[in-house]
Structure formats: structure tokens, C-alpha cells
Design a protein around this ligand. Structure first.
Ligand code: MN
Length: 261
């Protein structure tokens, strides 16, 4: 396979290096990643400024880019790569991307951008209470991509993989999961500057982990499984659309709000 790798921890990150090592063994591998850490930039793209890729020496086709993960995938697919990738893999991120954090994640956005370009894509993250071993997650991502080689992924889908911080021998297996809830409660640390003006730093506290819903991504990781969640670039919730159509007033009655004076 021809595989494009990216991340949001930056081109120098160990997780990306481990991912490249795993894929290079068996596949044609290219890397296009941000030149610095761009965690939590979500699906941002760079407008009104030139992106300047820098070609890097080494065993893979590789560029660093002064942009976001989504920029990296777009430029790779449309400009940099001499071939169209069969897969985009984003990671291995240092830290989980489960629950609401999926919305902020640059790692997940890298994969979703691959999907938006019509390429099946996988995001991979590892739990990181202490410096994690990225290699098991990198090998799992490769095996997952290989297992999908024949059938691909449904149109518009990406897979979000989260790996527990355990010795691989203690990992119970892999489960299909749902993205659910939040692991964190938002808190702000207040810091006052020399002029006495308050500034606020987002910190967050871990929520009561006992209340995690079975079948969710965070629950699976806590129980010792690799969590694999299908995500879609279409954010419409079909379940909510049904519920809202059934329970809320028809929007037809709002016609008169813009009708005439
Ligand atoms: Mn990150």
C-alpha cells in the first residue's frame, strides 16, 4: 500500500517516528507533518498565508510544513506526493482522543481530512500518564489498515483508535465503540500579570471515571481494550434528526418570520 502519515504533535514527535518505522517495513510511506506541535488545533486550515513545505532527508518521502494537520493532508494529496495514498494514518498521538476531546483533536482532524479527500483514514492515540511506548499502537494501526485493504471503509468514514497505557500482554483485545461524553470537567487556573490583570489557563479535571458508559471509547480504554470508533465527516446526527422531527415544532410555521413586512 501507499500510506501518508501525519500528526499534530509535530514532525519531531516520537509517536510519528514509531508509526513511520512500522509502516515503512511493509509499505510505501510518506510523511507530511506540522513543523511544531499543533495539538488541539482541530480541523483548522491556513488561509491568506503561504504554506512552505521543507523536504526532509531520510528513508521516507517526508516534508515538514508550517501548517496544521489538515493543511498537511491537503497539500500532500494535491501537491507534494507523487502518488495518491491508499491510506492516511494520523498519530501516534501522545494522549487519548476520546469523548468530547475528539472535537479539539488535530490528530483526528488529520484523519478526517484524509477521509474528506476520499482516502480511507485512521487516527491513533495512546494513553499517556507516563511516557508511553508508541510501538504497539503503531503496529496495531498498520494491522488495521492492512485488514481494511481489500474492503476499504464506507464513504465518509474514518477510524479513531485509542490505545490503553498497559503492557501489550495485559491488553484484552480491540472493541468497536461509540464516542461518548467527556473525561474532563473544565477548570481555569487564574494567573495575574504585573499590572494586576487576571489571565486564565484552561486546565480541566478528570471526571468521575466510574460513570463511563459501557460501549464508549473512554470505557473501553479504561477496561483495558483498544477502542476503535468509526467517525464521519458528516456531523449530522441521524438519531437526533429523527428525535427532533418527532418532538419539536415543524419549521414550516416559521415561514412568516421572513415573509413580507
Ligand atoms: Mn497531540
Amino acid at each position: 500500500m501507499k500510506v501518508l502519515l501525519t500528526n499534530d504533535d509535530g514532525i519531531e514527535a516520537e509517536g510519528l517516528r514509531r508509526l513511520a518505522e512500522a509502516f515503512r517495513e511493509r509499505h510505501e510511506t510518506a510523511v507530511v507533518a506540522p513543523d511544531r506541535e499543533r495539538s488541539a488545533v482541530s480541523h483548522a486550515v491556513t488561509l491568506r498565508r503561504r504554506l512552505r513545505p521543507v523536504r526532509l532527508p531520510g528513508p521516507d518521502l517526508a516534508w515538514s510544513l508550517d501548517g496544521t494537520p489538515a493543511d498537511c493532508v491537503k497539500l500532500a494529496v494535491h501537491v507534494l506526493l507523487p502518488w495518491r495514498p491508499d491510506f492516511v494514518v494520523s498519530g501516534v498521538n501522545r494522549g487519548l482522543n476520546v469523548g468530547i476531546d475528539v472535537l479539539y483533536s488535530g490528530t483526528v482532524a488529520g484523519a478526517l481530512e484524509g477521509t474528506a479527500q476520499g482516502v480511507p483514514s485512521i487516527a491513533v492515540s495512546v494513553e499517556a500518564f507516563r511516557p508511553p511506548d508508541f510501538r504497539p499502537a503503531a503496529r496495531f494501526a498498520r494491522a488495521l489498515a492492512e485488514s481494511l485493504e481489500a474492503c476499504g471503509l464506507p464513504r465518509g468514514a474514518a477510524l479513531n483508535v485509542n490505545f490503553p497505557a498497559r503492557d501489550p500482554a495485559q491488553i484484552l483485545g480491540a472493541l468497536w465503540t461509540r464516542q461518548v461524553g467527556s473525561l474532563f470537567r473544565d477548570t481555569f487556573r487564574v494567573e495575574t500579570d504585573e499590572a494586576g490583570r487576571p489571565g486564565y489557563c484552561l486546565e480541566g479535571e478528570i471526571n468521575a471515571v466510574g460513570s463511563l458508559e459501557p460501549g464508549s471509547d473512554a470505557w473501553a480504554v479504561r477496561e483495558g481494550y483498544v477502542s476503535v470508533t468509526p467517525l464521519g465527516i458528516d456531523l449530522t446526527s441521524c438519531g437526533l434528526l429523527r428525535e427532533i422531527r418527532d418532538s419539536l415544532p415543524s419549521l414550516g410555521s416559521l415561514r412568516k418570520s421572513f415573509d413580507g413586512a
